[in-house]
Design a protein around this ligand. Structure first.
Ligand SMILES: *[C@@H]1O[C@H](CO)[C@@H](O)[C@H](O)[C@H]1NC(C)=O
Ligand SMILES: *[C@@H]1O[C@H](CO)[C@@H](O)[C@H](O)[C@H]1NC(C)=O
Ligand SMILES: *[C@@H]1O[C@H](CO)[C@@H](O)[C@H](O)[C@H]1NC(C)=O
Ligand SMILES: *[C@@H]1O[C@H](CO)[C@@H](O)[C@H](O)[C@H]1NC(C)=O
Ligand SMILES: *[C@@H]1O[C@H](CO)[C@@H](O)[C@H](O)[C@H]1NC(C)=O
Ligand SMILES: *[C@@H]1O[C@H](CO)[C@@H](O)[C@H](O)[C@H]1NC(C)=O
Ligand SMILES: *[C@@H]1O[C@H](CO)[C@@H](O)[C@H](O)[C@H]1NC(C)=O
Ligand SMILES: *[C@@H]1O[C@H](CO)[C@@H](O)[C@H](O)[C@H]1NC(C)=O
Ligand SMILES: *[C@@H]1O[C@H](CO)[C@@H](O)[C@H](O)[C@H]1NC(C)=O
Ligand SMILES: *[C@@H]1O[C@H](CO)[C@@H](O)[C@H](O)[C@H]1NC(C)=O
Ligand SMILES: *[C@@H]1O[C@H](CO)[C@@H](O)[C@H](O)[C@H]1NC(C)=O
Ligand SMILES: *[C@@H]1O[C@H](CO)[C@@H](O)[C@H](O)[C@H]1NC(C)=O
Length: 657
């Protein structure tokens, strides 16, 4: 949605930095976006650094009382075959990422030969669990993007800040096709599939991104968005005030016509529309123009974008102010995800009648950057995991979590600020754990169907879903939204399966943290990405998969707060990537050149953090390499350095981003 852009110094800088110096930096100052939400920690009160590292911790909602307090013992009765109300079939790639086009050079890599290894590791982690991961490169900046032959200093993107023309100060973005080559290089290493967008700021169609996207990405290009939140174009001054769904349809027809006379666009059935923000228009307003029938074969997907709330007042002084502490409880119950999908239930049904899949192209906890302490909390991780499952149950076919720059609170992952990249690693946000858990919950069969179980008499704090393959339940997802450190609100669900053999045992993985307000101490099956600036994209620690013996039922305890994924069969566990095999690690130090790390492609493809084995991959400068196949992916950031603190001098060349 509305992203502020942030401007970094425009001159290339060279730093000479002794690594052993005690450099302690908590975020960079001077960013324009400073959260104005209530804080309850002294450190947070006067924090002026980047949103991505804001220390604000909210207070967890109090334990519900009276009728709202859930029963702590309840049954979940499943059956093999014959269950009604299941979703359409879903893929393990359901929950992916939407990367704002203006930050691709920080998140994906600098260019086609300089990929960000942490990004590769993070994607490989999802791929290993769900079979594939879908990433959109786009956002507000896609509408103004221009493909150019080259940019100064070999850059792949550049903001033309002299030419900002709109209220949100989104500058026109120039990019070279090396951006798309970089995306292809990533896909060749791990199964990332991409969405791009055709610029829509005017109807002198700039189709180069469609031509180059298809030519370079081939089958890895899933589709091309046609317009980004067109229902907000009038408000944002991109169209006149009378701009309506039928005007938008006329423009789509003009686009389709331009594409059909472009022989360099080989596949015409690639458009994703209408991508409305569900702000000024409802989806029905668009459907009722005849949109889907008129555009028919040009449409690969129908899609929307939506955030449950916004923090635009704090950022731009527009809209209604919201206080993070006050709204925190509205994310922490099952009604939240149900309310989120409600405006689209008619559309997901409608899409099925038209033989189209329906996507959520961009979402997160709140637009305009999210909220300090909320968007970067374990509560947000539970919300994302529930809301994504609710979308899957409601017949969406995918959803993408938005990733912004240093100036947002909601990022699933954030590279260190450019001038800290030699001594800091990446910061992994709580919602990234949701994508791992989601990929394992749905699994890689591409044949999973989801059911909201209405568990525990529909108590809003203890929702549960079952996942079916070929009509039999294979996994169960259990949530506990309550924070109660006494252990007194942990619950036990007794799962039984009729119509076949009851399992003699089941396996369970937990996503846990001490509180819904926790920011860093989060584990998935015992493994973590650690604190701020601490991750190279691989999980650390030993994977902990619990075994529960069943009698007439399987009793699963879910801590408050927490999420448990129950694997009802051995196959359900192994297909979600948990083979128990000791497959490890992606990155190896490449000692010839400081700050350069190569990726062993064969290992990356099967990497899963440190699952099952104790073998830590070394990323430190000077440590042994495993002689794995070098694929020439250079990495100039932190991976090689953090562990190498004892080594004398590191010279880092920093480029402007
Ligand atoms: C915040 O800054 C104000 C003004 O400089 C100062 O008086 C106050 O003590 C600071 N608060 C904290 C918690 O550091
Ligand atoms: C990519 O960037 C690196 C480091 O800035 C540079 O050495 C390399 O030549 C660039 N590659 C291309 C293809 O521009
Ligand atoms: C659309 O964006 C392109 C590239 O930034 C620019 O050249 C063109 O003038 C813009 N059109 C309008 C109507 O602003
Ligand atoms: C990445 O792209 C470059 C073109 O700049 C190409 O030469 C190189 O082989 C690619 N690398 C990989 C790992 O595919
Ligand atoms: C065209 O692209 C769409 C969307 O990715 C895909 O579903 C379809 O199979 C492609 N058609 C051909 C002929 O490749
Ligand atoms: C507003 O835009 C529509 C099409 O987008 C056009 O038909 C109409 O003439 C425009 N109105 C004005 C007042 O410019
Ligand atoms: C569902 O959407 C269709 C297509 O826009 C519309 O005709 C119908 O009235 C909608 N139904 C409801 C209940 O909103
Ligand atoms: C549960 O969430 C809904 C939707 O966000 C919200 O309206 C409601 O106030 C929440 N309930 C409680 C008890 O916090
Ligand atoms: C999802 O689609 C299936 C198949 O059409 C349907 O039976 C089910 O009711 C739908 N679920 C929801 C929540 O709309
Ligand atoms: C990084 O850049 C920011 C903003 O330009 C500056 O305030 C900060 O001091 C720099 N940090 C280091 C470690 O150089
Ligand atoms: C599932 O779909 C993904 C993405 O299209 C594909 O890469 C993978 O091979 C499929 N898996 C199976 C088991 O069909
Ligand atoms: C991290 O959280 C777990 C519970 O999820 C708790 O047992 C542990 O003590 C916490 N560790 C730290 C360092 O706070």
């Amino acid at each position: 949605m509305i992203e502020s852009t942030f401007l970094l110094p425009l001159l290339p800088i060279i730093f000479l930095l002794p690594v052993y110096a005690q450099v302690t930096v908590y975020g960079i100052t001077g960013q324009q976006f400073i959260g104005q939400t209530a804080t309850n920690t002294a450190a947070a009160a006067n924090y002026t650094g980047s949103a991505a590292y804001d220390p604000t911790v909210l207070t967890a909602p109090s334990i519900p009382i009276g009728d709202q307090y859930p029963s702590l013992q309840f049954d979940i009765q499943l059956q093999n075959g014959g269950t009604n109300g299941l979703s359409i079939t879903q893929q393990g790639s359901f929950l992916g990422f939407s990367v704002e086009m203006s930050v691709v050079n920080q998140v994906l890599g600098r260019n086609s030969t300089y990929l960000q290894v942490p990004f590769l590791n993070l994607m490989a982690n999802v791929v290993q669990r769900g079979g594939a991961v879908n990433v959109r490169v786009g956002g507000n900046t896609q509408d103004l993007a221009v493909l150019v032959d080259s940019l100064p200093d070999g850059k792949i993107i550049q903001k033309d800040t002299s030419a900002s023309t709109n209220p949100t100060d989104t500058p026109p973005l120039q990019f070279t096709n090396d951006l798309i080559i970089m995306m292809r290089n990533i896909s060749d290493l791990t199964n990332v599939r991409w969405y791009l967008g055709i610029p829509f700021n005017d109807t002198n169609w700039r189709l180069a991104i469609a031509e180059q996207g298809q030519q370079i990405l081939g089958d890895y290009l899933l589709g091309l968005q046609a317009a980004n939140e067109p229902d907000l174009y009038a408000d944002h001054g991109h169209r006149n005030l009378s701009y309506s769904p039928s005007d938008y349809l006329s423009e789509m027809q003009s686009l389709v016509s331009a594409m059909s006379s472009d022989s360099n666009i080989r596949n015409q059935s690639v458009l994703i529309a209408p991508n409305i923000a569900t702000g000024d228009w409802t989806p029905e307003n668009v459907w009722d123009t005849g949109f889907v029938d008129v555009l028919d074969t040009s449409l690969a997907y129908l899609a929307v974008e939506h955030y449950p709330t916004d923090n635009c007042f704090a950022q731009f002084g527009i809209g209604t102010p919201h206080d993070a502490q006050t709204i925190f409880p509205t994310f922490l119950n099952h009604t939240s995800g149900q309310s989120f999908v409600q405006p689209y239930l008619n559309s997901t049904a409608y899409a099925q009648t038209k033989g189209k899949r329906f996507l959520m192209m961009e979402t997160n906890t709140a637009s305009c950057g999210g909220f300090a302490g909320l968007s970067d909390s374990f509560g947000a991780a539970l919300w994302t995991l529930d809301t994504a499952m609710q979308m899957a149950y409601s017949n969406f076919s995918g959803a993408l979590l938005h990733v912004g720059g240093q100036n947002v609170y909601y990022n699933p992952f954030t590279p260190p600020p450019t001038n800290q990249s030699t001594f800091h690693q990446w910061t992994i946000g709580p919602v990234f754990y949701s994508t791992l858990a989601m990929a394992e919950t749905i699994g890689p069969s591409n044949n999973s169907q989801i059911l909201d179980l209405g568990a525990n008499n529909g108590n809003i704090y203890t929702p549960a879903y079952a996942v079916y393959e070929n009509n039999d339940p294979v996994r169960v997802a259990l949530y506990n939204y309550i924070t109660d450190s006494s252990g007194g609100s942990d619950y036990t669900a007794s799962i039984s399966v009729s119509g076949g053999q009851m399992p003699s045992q089941v396996r369970v993985k937990y996503l846990v943290a001490p509180s819904v307000s926790e920011k860093h101490n989060i584990t998935w099956a015992g493994q973590t990405f650690g604190a701020q600036f601490a991750s190279d994209g691989r999980l650390t620690g030993f994977e902990d998969i619990q075994t529960i013996t069943c009698t007439s039922s399987c009793s699963i305890t879910v801590p408050a707060p927490g999420f448990a994924l129950v694997f009802l069969t051995d196959n359900a566990l192994s297909e979600s990537g948990a083979t128990g095999a000791t497959t490890t690690f992606p990155t190896t130090a490449y000692t010839k050149s400081i700050n350069t790390v190569t990726v062993d492609a064969s290992v990356l493809a099967t990497s899963n953090g440190n699952r099952g084995g104790g073998n830590m991959g070394s990323t430190s400068k000077g440590s042994a390499t495993n002689g794995g196949m070098k694929v020439g992916v250079e990495y100039g950031s932190s991976v090689g350095v953090v562990v190498g603190m004892a080594l004398a001098l590191v010279i880092c060349l920093l480029e402007e981003w």
